[in-house]
Design a protein around this ligand. Structure first.
Ligand SMILES: Cc1cc2nc3c(=O)[nH]c(=O)nc-3n(C[C@H](O)[C@H](O)[C@H](O)COP(=O)(O)OP(=O)(O)OC[C@H]3O[C@@H](n4cnc5c(N)ncnc54)[C@H](O)[C@@H]3O)c2cc1C
Length: 380
């Protein structure tokens, strides 16, 4: 066991309050939310009251102004308990930072306090039916008409798609240009012409609302532009390391948690007159998984430290995402195998964790895209 050194006693107190809250307010209801395809919207406000949404936001906008480790603690506790329906990571680690980092003071005053209380749920809409990995192919347009942008297009696979009150839309303000014609524009969900598609049926993350979004002549004031026109791609590149560290944080915590469940199970379950844990195959599998998880944990904690110092570069964040999500999927699969048929039953946490893990290799940039980023840095 290598002790973690990035947290202090304040972090431990915060972790324990997040854990208590989730055990009371989310764990007993999550199975029902999976059937509903979304969490209870009231949970967002309850979390906001506790200061669990956007902890890094400065106090002047209603936050508590702490560092990203607090976000990581929330992500870890959610993953540890298998509460994959809660889209808080997307909101706190990805959505809010775009507004804080690139929004005008007026925009921050208008939207951020609601993001902290849970009155405003955010989403980010990059992916389109015809453009995922290759975001230069985005077809959604935002054309300036007087003081307003007029937005047309459609997005798909959007996390928090149904609950979102405010969406960061990746759109072309200059469709003739590729990356340099791309901008980020905030769109409120009550704007005429904005519609939400159905809740998409997924193989995992059953309680998370993921949907298509449609924009037909949606008008927003030009103040809703984040930063400068044409800089959207640069902003996306700047923010993606945090998104990837957030995904990695979930990956390692989920793997640790399921390994713990599995260790308990193999000590209890018997075959051929002895516990499953007595077979050398089981022991070797557990040893391999624990070794790999420990290494990933140490690497990820170092990445978190670098991120706090603003020194985490894009290739290193890509390495973290690649390493931890591949590991997460392998661990879930090996653990499920050790549970035998029970592992295939939805009521067992390992079954859900196995299904939930698969998407981690796909979103936040696919793992093939991570390899492209890493190899480019090696060959540059
Ligand atoms: C549950 C879920 C939630 C999501 N949430 C969001 C969200 O909140 N907001 C959002 O904008 N998007 C979201 N996404 C979309 C996600 O980011 C994309 O699915 C992802 O970026 C991949 O894009 P794609 O699906 O179009 O795949 P494609 O880009 O079509 O890729 C298909 C395959 O080709 C590979 N490939 C592509 N290009 C290359 C290349 N150059 N070299 C080698 N291989 C390549 C990919 O790695 C992949 O294996 C979500 C997706 C899911 C499933």
């Amino acid at each position: 066991m290598i002790p973690r050194t990035i947290f202090d006693s304040e972090h431990d107190l915060f972790r324990s309050s997040v854990r208590k809250f989730l055990e009371k307010e989310a764990v007993p209801f999550h199975a029902q939310w999976e059937k509903d395809g979304q969490v209870d919207r009231k949970l967002w406000n309850k979390a906001g009251e506790q200061g669990f949404l956007g902890p890094t936001v400065p106090e002047e906008y209603g936050g508590v102004g702490v560092n990203f480790l607090y976000n990581a603690i929330v992500d870890e506790e959610i993953a540890r308990l298998g509460l994959s329906g809660l889209g808080w990571g997307l909101h706190s680690d990805i959505g809010i930072p775009y507004i804080i980092n690139y929004g005008s003071d007026a925009v921050k005053d208008k939207f951020i306090p609601g993001c902290i209380t849970g009155d405003i749920v955010t989403a980010i809409a990059m992916t389109e039916p015809g453009a995922g990995s290759d975001l230069q192919g985005v077809q959604t347009t935002a054309v300036l008409d007087g003081d307003e942008y007029v937005i047309n297009g459609s997005k798909t696979f959007i996390t928090n798609g149904l609950h979102a009150d405010l969406v960061i839309v990746v759109a072309k303000t200059d469709p003739k240009q590729g990356a340099s014609g791309t901008s980020l524009i905030l769109v409120e969900a009550d704007r005429p012409g904005y519609t939400k598609g159905t809740n998409l049926e997924k193989i995992g993350l059953k309680a998370q609302d993921t949907s298509e979004l449609f924009f037909q002549d949606v008008r927003v004031p030009k103040e809703n532009l984040l930063g400068e026109e044409g800089q959207g791609f640069i902003y996306l590149m700047n923010e993606l390391p945090q998104e990837r560290i957030s995904v990695s944080t979930t990956a390692v915590a989920a793997a640790e948690s399921i390994l713990e469940h599995t260790i308990n199970y193999v000590k209890e379950r018997k075959a051929f007159g002895k516990p499953i844990a007595a077979f050398q195959n089981t022991q070797f599998k557990l040893a391999e998984m624990d070794t790999e998880i420990t290494s990933a944990r140490v690497f990820l904690d170092r990445c978190l430290e670098l991120h706090l110092e603003r020194k985490l570069d894009i290739p290193t964040a890509a390495k973290a995402k690649l390493l931890t999500t591949e590991l997460q999927c392998r661990v879930m699969d090996e653990c499920l195998q050790l549970f035998g048929g029970f592992g295939y039953m939805w009521e067992y946490p390992v079954a859900r964790a196995w299904a939930d893990s698969r998407v981690q290799r796909i979103y936040a940039g696919t793992n093939e895209v991570m390899k492209i980023i890493i190899s480019r840095s090696l060959l540059a």
